[in-house]
Write a protein that binds this ligand. Sequence first.
Ligand code: CUA
Length: 325
Amino acid sequence: MPQQASTIAEKVDALYLFLWGVTAFFTLLIFALILFFAVKYKRGRVADRSNAPDTDHKLEAVWIILPLAISLVIFGWATAIFFEQVRPPADAVEYFATGKQWMWKFQSPEGKREVNELHVPKGRNIKVTMTSEDVLHDLFFPAFRTKADVLPGRYTNVWFNATKTGTFHIFCAEYCGMQHSLMIGKVIVMEPNDYERWLTTATSGTAGQATAAGNETPAQAGERLFTQYGCQTCHQSTSGALGPALAGVYGAEVELQSGDKVKADDNYLRESILNSSAKIVKGYQGVMPNFKGQISEEEVMSLIAYIKAQKGSGETAQNLTPTGN
Ligand code: CUA
């Protein structure tokens, strides 16, 4: 077993141990009975072979009820862990990951970029929002006992709360081509103080990914891109604007031209940027150009972070996850 380094690791291992124990118990029981009966009824041995009963309801009830009960325990237990594993806590801090043949690119909420290395503080709920630039990958933190597929064209999440400082493996857990087995990395868990210091002292060039923009946060990068791509010419809060205003839209319900209502989550915003005509907001024309192929996945993530950071007025504010602050 790899080290247990997250809040969920012990729970996953306890279930795994239980499954292992049940399997071992029945395997041993069955083998012991085979041996026992093979010896007892060996040819030539004196044994009572008359009148074997062909039904025994009590015995049948036992072999129906017992396995059913064990299966239901496994089902309930595993489901509880699964829900905990796939639902990031509301206060989770958002990191970004992009999979690409054959490397992992990460960005912290503070804007620090890394390749195949991810520094995180201990004891904080951390959510990683992920997408792929090419094929299917899978981000796997064995010591945190969590992983999830990383898909082109969609956002998925993993979350964890690291309980131990140290360096742990990152693997790609989905065959993704020639160098799949080399698509590995390290997650470095630090004491919060050390992490803060690391953020301010380490240059963003350590991971070979220094950008001209330096250490701007995803939301700041998004703001820059928003102007660069001319988004603000249409997305204004004034009436008669060509595009809907974006403040407070994240997490809110949006009514579409078709009459359907959708929740403005990460995947909706992503689709609306890359393929703007897919879901047109009620009261607007589909005049926005598609950005598919024009901007990178990291730019899309930054734009979404910027949109998230624009709190709406009043009731939608609680839907906003803290980003970049
Ligand atoms: Cu990426 Cu396997």
